[in-house]
Structures are given as structure tokens and as C-alpha cells.
Design a protein around this ligand. Structure first.
Ligand code: GLN
Length: 185
């Protein structure tokens, strides 16, 4: 099995390290031709506007949309969640739009831009959650399962084959989310 991590910008190395630590091959996705033969895909944190425009320039947006809609197991963190979202608050931009949620970018503002907390996410208690200029989800459509809320804000969801998180599990030592993603793959 081979997992692909989008590697056009952002914190992809940490995702790759996590997958390799779990004994699974992980390749960096930098162009359209890298997309063949993967059993799952990870969208890392970083800057969603930069990632989105690079995906357009590289002509990767359409093939990715198709692969995700066809059921490719997908794990997205932070900027990755923004790339997947069908709606971005106060913004007409849609990148992949495969995840029927509305997301608010930099939702915690500039004062509290980064923080850590231990909380539960469906199936796992005491998960260390690291937020960095994080988005949260303000609305979900039918059939989107809410996996975790922090202070009433939605920070983790699953919709069919897509898991999307506001926080960064790859920056902690806790491998439980990545392990359960690999089981989906
Ligand atoms: N604030 C970033 C964005 O809007 C996301 C931050 C992150 O991925 N850590 O793209």
C-alpha cells in the first residue's frame, strides 16, 4: 500500500514521517503524474490560498476532485480542510469542494492564533490537539458526521471517505488518527 501526501506547500514532511513511522510507504505528490497508484491521500496544513492556486496551476484540481469523489480515503488537516470545504466563509473561492461543510479561516483570530488542548474525538479520548491559525467548521450538510467539538466549535468531521480536522495530529506523538485512516485505506 502507498499513501500520497500533497507536497506543493506546507507541513507535508511531518505527515510523511508519521505514515512511515507506522510502517507504510508514503510518496510526495507534486504533479499530476504522482497521483497514480495511491491508496489514500493526505492534505497537510500550510496556506490554503497558496496550495489552492498551485493545484490550479499544476492542473491537479480536477483529477483530485474526481479521485476523492470516487472514494479515495482522504485525511485533511487545517489548510487541507479548507481545500476540501464546499464553502469558505466570506469568500467565494472553492478549491476542491468535495466536503459539504462551511469553514471559517483563521477562526480563532490573531490573538489566540495557536494553542494546544487535550480533548476527545470520536473513538479516542485525551487526544492532543494542536491548533495553528486554525479554521473551524461553522456549518455541515446532511450526512456529515461531527467527530469533535471544542467550545461548541466543530473541529473534526467525517463525510464518507473524507476525514477533516482543524488541528494537527501529525505534530503530536499520538498516532491514533493516522492509524485509523490507514485502516480505511
Ligand atoms: N490559516 C491557514 C489557511 O487559512 C491554515 C493554517 C494551517 O494549516 N495551520 O490556509
Amino acid at each position: 500500500m502507498k499513501i500520497g501526501v500533497l507536497a506543493v506547500q506546507g507541513a507535508f514532511i511531518e505527515q510523511k514521517d508519521m505514515i512511515q513511522k507506522l510502517g507504510v510507504e508514503c510518496v510526495e505528490l507534486r504533479q499530476k503524474s504522482d497521483l497514480s497508484g495511491i491508496s489514500g491521500i493526505i492534505f497537510p496544513g500550510g496556506e490554503s490560498t497558496v496550495q489552492g492556486s498551485l493545484l490550479r496551476q499544476l492542473d491537479m484540481l480536477e483529477p483530485l476532485k474526481e479521485m476523492i469523489s470516487d472514494g479515495l480515503p482522504t485525511l485533511a488537516t487545517c489548510a487541507g480542510l479548507i481545500l476540501l470545504a464546499k464553502n469558505i466563509e466570506h469568500d467565494h473561492t472553492v478549491h476542491l469542494g468535495t466536503l459539504p461543510v462551511t469553514v471559517k479561516r483563521n477562526a480563532y483570530g490573531r490573538q489566540l492564533s495557536s494553542f494546544c488542548t487535550d480533548s476527545s474525538i470520536k473513538g479516542f479520548s485525551n487526544f492532543p490537539m494542536i491548533f495553528i491559525r486554525a479554521p473551524y467548521i461553522t456549518d455541515v450538510e446532511d450526512n456529515v458526521e461531527i467527530l469533535s467539538r471544542i467550545d461548541q466549535h466543530i473541529v473534526a468531521v467525517q463525510y464518507k471517505n473524507q476525514i477533516a480536522l482543524s488541528f494537527h495530529p501529525e505534530l503530536s506523538k499520538d498516532t491514533r488518527i493516522h492509524q485509523s485512516f490507514l485502516q480505511m485505506c
